[in-house]
Design a protein around this ligand. Sequence first.
Ligand code: PAF
Length: 284
Amino acid sequence: MEVIEQVGTIRQTVQALRCSGKTIGFVPTMGALHEGHLQLLRASAQENDITICSIFVNPTQFNNPDDYKLYPRTMEEDIALLKTVGCNYLFAPNAGEVYREQTLLQFSFGVLETVMEGEHRPGHFNGVATIVGKLFNLVQPHKAYFGQKDLQQVAIVRQLVNGLSFNLELVCYPTVRETDGLAMSSRNKRLNEEQRQIATHLYKALQQAKAELKQKPVASIKQSIAEYLQSINQVALEYFEIADPDTLQPVEDVSKYKQVALCIAAFVGEVRLIDNIIVNLNEV
Ligand code: PAF
């Protein structure tokens, strides 16, 4: 696996690969790789001639400076893992290389960014769209792989791809979970042992909400999830939402839907975690 740090080098490499007719699969990440990332990388290695991973902790998508500073950075372990999953190139630029001048770009994703992550992390999706757009231009992938854990990010990136006519296929893979249900996330590395156990309550809350979907109105489900998480030490719920899985707009009457997305964001100690499940209503 070749590690590339310069924008000029990734451009030349991609151009040569494309000229020789190779298909490129791309997995953009911020590092601290876990099984969720590895699943995307394995899929890319299977479906494309060449797999490129990027590791870049993107400063413009962090609305909280401490979250940026404390985001886990584990480059050596990441490189070792990438070598086990058939990754051909790692693009790992520094911030100055990617943002040669301050970016003033402003995206608007309409109602998609007025809810959940968009509402609670102002500017976050503008930063995501900026970096993902840059990376797509640099890497020019045929396929780009994202995880369902960041459900709203996938919807934003889909709008970016359609809106700017990126010539690529977006592939979304289901969330990978630990055996106790905790969604894999780079931020889990910041949890201490006790918090790691406590964090499983997010998934338990989603399961509880799923069980209540046909028994209670939406407002009562929200109330019972809030009460459940309030009873857990070190957990502070930011939002729990029942949303349309495509538009991510809040659902008021689940009987009108075939599927809904149950989405949650909560702090466990200082660490902010998100999770979601998509529920088929004919299966509950
Ligand atoms: O999901 C992530 O890790 C990041 O938001 C992404 C897509 C790599 C952009 O920085």
